[in-house]
Design a binder for this molecule. Structure first.
Ligand SMILES: Cc1cc2nc3c(=O)[nH]c(=O)nc-3n(C[C@H](O)[C@H](O)[C@H](O)COP(=O)(O)OP(=O)(O)OC[C@H]3O[C@@H](n4cnc5c(N)ncnc54)[C@H](O)[C@@H]3O)c2cc1C
Length: 383
């Protein structure tokens, strides 16, 4: 008998989990991987697209290049999840699972921040990054704000990276002296679990004259006066606002009744939900790690090991450590690196590797190794 696994979402978590199960179970596996998109892109490629470093088409990895034993990719929109019966409905079909894995990531609730849709921009969605790519060349002077509207938000270093890359972008265009850059963030430090990374980022901000405004978030935008309103009612005028919108689970997850306080709760050791044989990995859960691809990938490894163990009565997987390595763009052609571990010790800790030109290649390898592993090394093509 083959194990019928249905994986919802072909992002960081879904791709890693499907790859491992194919490797470990091969022809004993009948896995259906469902996503509404035709292609995957790394979160960090949105920064490349926004600042015109790469064309949108060059960062897409097409799902029709996936060739894995026991894995079938279906492009469809999931419309209903029944976690008790383990039945999933899409626009064009119905799928019944022995094991269901929810890996649908986080969506954005733009409307939760008054005025953001009308008066601001966001670079957290691919479409938002593409819009900014076209809008940035028309910006020539004034105040730029990179503002976080709510926590949790994906990839905690991303707002800092956006501000540092904005500095480079404006410098290259010769208009940096006509501009101010500020970051508004709810944390006290840019990367709270790693004081060393935070120190390096604060130094980089100071060297580049970037204002860091900690412990605040953007409550609203007043589009007619071009003013951002902070949680304490402080008003910050802007000419260009780049928002990090409030995050939420995709609507289909909300409708499934699986969420508590907005996210899917899971057993921290194995990523199981309260529903038998239903797992939730990555940004969609509330396991307690930041919302980032490397943590979704780490969770996928643990969930996959647990699925294999229960199918074959194999080895008990080690509990999830909630650890991962994030690269941080410092601008000026340099990349730093921070390893963070959330669950091994009494409190989260991070180890920082100083930004350098060498780590640019490291980050490139990070992406290309996953591309080869998840997409069989096939060239980037839509055909
Ligand atoms: C600007 C930026 C920079 C980032 N940089 C980094 C970085 O350097 N390192 C890092 O580790 N992380 C980074 N991230 C975060 C990273 O992209 C996410 O945390 C990661 O992709 C989460 O993985 P996931 O598998 O949980 O969800 P996702 O990768 O978001 O995948 C979820 C999938 O579900 C699909 N889906 C959702 N709803 C439906 C539906 N109803 N029907 C069908 N399909 C659906 C989506 O199409 C998507 O493909 C960055 C994010 C941003 C925005």
């Amino acid at each position: 008998m083959k194990l019928r696994v249905v994986v919802l979402g072909a992002g960081f978590g879904g791709l890693e989990l499907s790859t491992i199960l194919s490797e470990k179970m091969g022809d004993q596996l009948d896995l259906t991987l469902i996503d509404r998109n035709d292609s995957f892109f790394f979160g960090f490629s949105k920064l490349d697209v926004m600042f015109g470093q790469k064309a949108p088409e060059d960062v897409r990895l097409y799902y029709n290049n996936i060739r894995k034993l026991g894995v079938k990719f279906i492009r469809d929109t999931i419309t209903f999840i029944d976690p008790v019966a383990k039945i999933v409905t899409t626009q064009h079909g119905t799928y019944e699972a022995d094991v269901l894995v929810i890996a649908l990531g986080a969506d954005y609730d733009i409307a939760a921040t008054t005025g953001l849709a009308e008066g601001g921009n966001e670079f957290y969605s691919f479409a938002g990054a593409e819009r900014l790519r076209n809008a940035l060349p028309t910006f020539s002077k004034g105040k730029v704000i990179v503002g976080v509207c709510s926590a949790p938000f994906k990839c905690p270093p991303a707002p800092s990276e956006a501000a540092l890359l904005m500095h480079d972008y404006l410098t290259q265009r010769g208009i940096r002296n006509e501009c101010e850059i500020s970051i508004v963030m709810p944390f006290g430090l840019p990367i709270p679990p790693s004081p060393d990374t935070s120190k390096a980022l604060l130094k980089a901000f100071a060297e580049r004259n970037i204002n860091f405004i900690p412990k605040h978030f953007i409550k609203a935008i007043d589009p007619s006066h071009k003013v951002a309103i902070l949680d304490d009612e402080t008003e910050m005028p802007f000419d260009l606002f780049l928002g990090i919108p409030k995050h939420c689970v995709p609507e289909v997850v909300e409708k499934s009744g699986m969420t508590v306080n907005g996210w899917i709760p899971v057993d921290r050791t194995n990523l199981k939900t309260q529903y038998p044989n239903v797992y939730a990995i990555g940004d969609v859960n509330s396991v307690g790690t930041p919302k980032a691809g490397v943590f979704a990938e780490g969770a996928a490894k643990i969930a996959a090991a647990s699925i294999v163990k229960e199918f074959r009565d194999g080895e008990q997987p080690l509990p999830y450590k909630g650890d991962g390595t994030c690269y941080v763009e410092f601008g000026g052609g340099q990349v730093g690196k921070v390893y963070v571990d959330f669950f091994s010790g009494p409190s989260p800790f991070g180890i920082y590797t100083e930004a350098s030109v060498d780590l640019v290649e490291d980050k490139h390898q990070f992406g290309s190794s996953r591309e080869a592993r998840w997409f069989n090394g096939t060239p980037n093509s839509a055909s």
